[in-house]
Design a protein around this ligand. Structure first.
Ligand code: C5P
Length: 234
């Protein structure tokens, strides 16, 4: 696909499509540490596009609005063109990752109810955490919108946690990005193993991008992404 780009990130390219829509192409690139580590993992783009599409369809089935429209090709989704909000919204069921580094919280602690955090998308500042006040001041989201976003996050968790559990998998945490379509807040971006943490129930075996973050070889990472997609869709 050689057409013009609207935007290109570390792992995806946005291209123009029909009025009101865009194409979202998933690249084979994998990165960590705000882009400090970077590799190309053949097959990852297709796996992530398919995983994301599958999970967006699950959410749509539960009445949650997403940007997903359909597939253009095996690594490219047709999406509604949203005005994206540069905030990463994280929901945590079980403590791991940045939260156990920042706060006196132990690895593996259960959050009940789940915790939600907001971060500014800004690699140069290492994605600092935001509260409602910061978001209002920076004109990212009003408090009312942030509360609506939290409601949607809980809805997504209520859809995905039991689904993964039924496959013997535990959803530790996930990150979503939101965009505006008129007055509506819509789930955009992706839902993949790059943006969520999934562990095998019982063994605790890691299936997500933490493998790569922790230095696993690329074939181990690819196999984990493949296994997740197979189990998800089985
Ligand atoms: O690193 P941290 O523990 O804050 O990550 C929480 C969740 O958000 C993880 O599932 C991680 O994969 C995801 N995340 C992301 N993009 C980032 C930072 C975190 O998808 N830039």
């Amino acid at each position: 696909m050689g057409s013009a780009k609207i935007a290109e990130g570390k792992t995806k390219i946005v291209r123009p499509y029909r009025e009101g829509y865009a194409l979202l192409e998933f690249k084979d690139d994998i990165t960590a540490g705000d882009g400090a580590r970077h590799d190309v993992l053949p097959g990852k783009g297709v796996l992530n596009a398919q995983t994301s599409a599958y999970l967006f369809r699950v959410l749509e089935g539960k009445g949650i609005s997403t940007h997903y429209v359909g597939m253009y090709d095996e690594r490219t989704m047709i999406v509604k063109y949203l005005k994206m909000i540069p905030v990463e919204v994280v929901l945590r069921n079980i403590a791991t990752g940045s939260v156990v580094k920042r706060l006196p919280i132990n690895e593996g602690e259960r959050f009940d109810p789940p915790i939600i955090e907001f971060f500014l998308k800004d690699d140069s500042r290492h994605d600092p955490m935001l509260n409602y006040h910061h978001m209002e001041h920076l004109k990212l989201m009003t408090r009312k919108e942030a509360e609506r976003v939290e409601e949607i996050m809980y809805g997504v968790n209520d859809a995905l946690f039991p689904l993964l559990k039924s496959k013997g998998l535990i959803l530790y945490d996930f990150k979503l990005e939101f965009g505006r379509l008129g007055d509506e807040l819509v789930v955009g971006d992706e839902i993949t193993l790059d943006s969520m943490r999934v562990r095998e129930e019982g063994t605790g075996r890691i299936l997500d991008k933490d493998l790569y973050r922790k230095g696993a070889d690329l074939e181990t990472v690819r196999k984990a992404y493949e296994e997740f997609y197979r189990r998800l869709t089985s």
